[in-house]
Design a protein around this ligand. Sequence first.
Ligand code: FMN
Length: 184
Amino acid sequence: MAIVLSVSGSPSVSSRTAKLLRHLDARLARQGHEVIPLDVRTIPAEALLGADFQHPAIVEAADLFARADGVVIGTPVYKAAYSGVLKALLDLLPQYALTGKTVLPLATGGSTAHVLALDYALRPVLNSMGAAHIVQGWFTLDKDITTGPDGSVTVAPGTAEALAQVVDQFSSALGSGHLLAATG
Ligand SMILES: Cc1cc2nc3c(=O)[nH]c(=O)nc-3n(C[C@H](O)[C@H](O)[C@H](O)COP(=O)(O)O)c2cc1C
């Protein structure tokens, strides 16, 4: 079993990105992983915008990253890149906060015009933070994520299968990471 930190980088109170991540968290939990959700929007703005490295919420977030074997990073596409609040948090983490970790990058967006934002914008940042293995990510159109009256999340056919596949690849990569650590 691995510890997975699942980070939603949307500032929105009704975030589709957060809903999608929590939906996928359940799949990872069913596979035996301990999943810890973190919504960046819950971190006090003064800590993020004031670059307060010592703020308890920043220290706690850094500790969650340090404890995780794997990290899911989900972001809405804003202005053709990842969100500003996600960057504000990443900037306050130690330079190599992702060293040795397996990372699954995910994005939601309104248009396929920016489907490559994960690769040209987010992936280089994750690399610079020392990620050991960044598995294949996935971009999901916002219109493909719907919420039922009971809060349940449904993902459109086709996209749902693709997401399941990248989540399962991430899960397998976490498993082999543990094996290497045990035998290495
Ligand atoms: C300020 C802002 C900028 C956006 N810029 C883009 C963009 O450049 N490309 C795109 O495909 N979608 C863009 N969108 C749409 C969002 O990426 C999309 O609706 C996303 O699913 C929102 O996720 P959230 O509900 O988690 O915040 C933008 C939305 C907002 C609010």
